[in-house]
Design a protein around this ligand. Structure first.
Ligand code: ADP
Ligand code: GN1
Ligand code: MG
Length: 353
């Protein structure tokens, strides 16, 4: 790590570098120096991200755009330059590294401690959308091609299932059948997009609660993080992925499925915060928000199941069967949303500005 860190313009000598956080994708470390300054060091996941220079160009442009919009340093991410003044360091092989200033005085939650926390995270993601409204979305590199193209996720799932190279399909027979039954639902947003009914915007695309920092004291929104997947996308993706993760009554990898459901109260709370802060939406975009919740959850379940069948190559796992457990919670959430569908639509209709 010293070898990596010596390439960045840090204040002081490094006294600590240790694994940090709960992300599934990058290798994240907390770095402390003898000046008391803290940093986040990340090894970028090159299995997920094939074009790291393009990805870092996105992040450089987006953070510099946001920096012009915010009132204080802590309200957006800052990349720490390398000695040559670049935004990342490449070791010449497979290692790509970047350093951010640590967002001090913040908290990052794995689940909302109160509905108010969830409301504030919604304001954070809605505000992020508003701040990016005048960002030229067409200049962004597509860091993962077809990232939220759910029909394409289904195609990949079916290809991996047909191969079943580890013989794991027999352990997931029920889940496979249930996900296959919902393939058409998974095309709803893509069909609306293709029919020209929804505008493409610069979206975050990975709006988990643990990708937003709240002020530790006031619990107000501070900063949206994890910008690897900022790409042209739909408002429904950002709304939906937050519901998938944050409106769940249990953790993403809970094994007791009786604990897993989608809280309508949290759904309403998030929708209120998001709609109050995001840019003006079109009539069809409003309805697409509810579809976003269903689609992002369905898609994520399909992705976890695909990775399980494929041998766990994509998402970091911490126990055998972890991706299967995750796919089961997503399926349970989708089933629960189907039962609550009319109420979800009613809530969104009631919040139209
Ligand atoms: P991943 O793509 O693997 O999810 P993230 O960029 O989300 O990686 O980082 C993982 C975790 O590290 C976050 O959930 C958060 O807890 C912490 N983190 C990331 N960046 C910062 C930062 N600038 N300041 C403080 N904590 C951070
Ligand atoms: C990953 O990077 P992280 O942990 O915030 C994934 C998301 C999934 C999520 C499921 C780049 O998010 O798409 O929804 O796991 N990110 C990428 O928890 O694939
Ligand atoms: Mg993250």
């Amino acid at each position: 790590m010293q070898e990596v860190l010596k390439n960045f313009k840090l204040e002081g000598q490094v006294t600590l570098c240790e694994p940090y956080g709960c992300g599934h994708i990058n290798r994240t470390y907390l770095v402390v120096t003898d000046s008391g300054k803290r940093y986040i060091l990340q090894g970028i996941n090159t299995v997920a991200f094939k074009d790291v220079p393009g990805l870092m160009e996105n992040i450089g442009a987006v953070t510099r755009h946001l920096q012009k919009k915010v009132k204080s340093e802590r309200e957006c991410l800052h990349l720490v330059p390398t000695l040559e003044g670049a935004d990342y360091w490449h070791d010449g092989k497979d290692g790509y590294w970047r350093v951010y200033d640590f967002v001090e005085g913040s908290i990052c939650l794995q689940s909302p401690e109160t509905p108010e926390d969830f409301y504030q995270s919604a304001v954070a993601f809605g505000t992020f959308q508003r701040q990016l409204e005048d960002f030229p979305a067409e200049t962004l590199h597509e860091t993962i091609v077809n990232f939220h193209n759910t029909p394409d996720r289904y195609a990949k799932f079916k290809a991996v299932l047909a191969q079943d190279k580890l013989g794991r399909a027999k352990d997931a027979a029920y889940e496979i059948e249930e996900f296959l039954k919902r393939e058409e639902d998974g095309s709803t947003l893509m069909n609306m997009l293709r029919a020209g009914k929804l505008p493409l915007r610069a979206t975050h695309n990975d709006t988990k609660l643990n990708n937003v920092m709240l002020d530790a004291e006031t619990r107000n929104p501070l900063c949206v993080i994890d910008l690897d997947t900022v790409m042209p996308g739909l408002m429904a993706y950002d709304f939906g992925d937050s519901i998938r993760f944050g409106a769940a009554t249990a953790a993403e990898d809970e094994t007791d499925l009786s604990k897993v459901s989608m809280s309508l109260e949290l759904f309403e709370t998030f929708a209120r915060g998001f709609i109050s802060a995001c840019p003006e939406l079109t009539e069809e975009e409003y309805i697409s928000l509810a579809w976003g919740a269903r689609t992002m959850t369905l898609e994520c379940g399909v992705r976890f199941l695909t990775d399980y069948l494929d041998g766990d190559n994509y998402f970091a796992i911490h126990r055998p069967g972890h991706n299967l457990d995750r796919c089961r919670t997503q399926l349970k959430m989708v089933q629960d949303m189907e039962g609550k569908w009319e109420q979800m639509l009613e809530i969104i209709r009631g919040l139209r500005r």
